[in-house]
Design a protein around this ligand. Sequence first.
Ligand code: ADP
Length: 160
Amino acid sequence: MSKNRIAVFPGSFDPLTNGHVDIVKRSLEVFEKLIVAVVENPSKQAMFTVEERKNLIQEEFSGLGDRVEAGSFKGLLVDYLKELNVYIVIRGLRAISDFDYETQMALVNRNLNPRVETFFLMAKEENSYISSSLVKQIAPLGGDVSKFVPKVVQKALKAR
Ligand code: ADP
């Protein structure tokens, strides 16, 4: 398999939502393999540990075999990409609100390493209002998040 058939989908995934799942599945229409990489960001208040988030990702996509791999990294994305020797990054775009931040990140990453190419997939309309932070607000209050997250995540949230 040539390297350009592998892409990295980085994010917090705290927790994985139906929006993320859709981006993963649609990326696999284009790329042979996707590494879903959890960012270890100590400054963000997390609900699930990095290990728990990785396990949920692995569990959700277990049916796809080695086409989806869960990874994690600390520090700069460009350093992680270099380690993997993979320079294609996937990001999802919801409404206009994601655009500024995503543009900045894509340009910064390319500036840090010109080999980095970021591909954006537009969120599905029905997912465009879903975010991990929404789930983190609603689930602890007993709200129904079954339309926002996959079953494995629902189970993990219930266990909390
Ligand atoms: P980050 O903290 O890096 O933004 P997230 O887990 O919030 O991490 O998001 C990871 C990626 O998934 C980002 O590119 C984000 O735009 C995308 N994403 C998040 N929610 C959705 C959604 N509902 N539909 C499509 N893409 C999404």
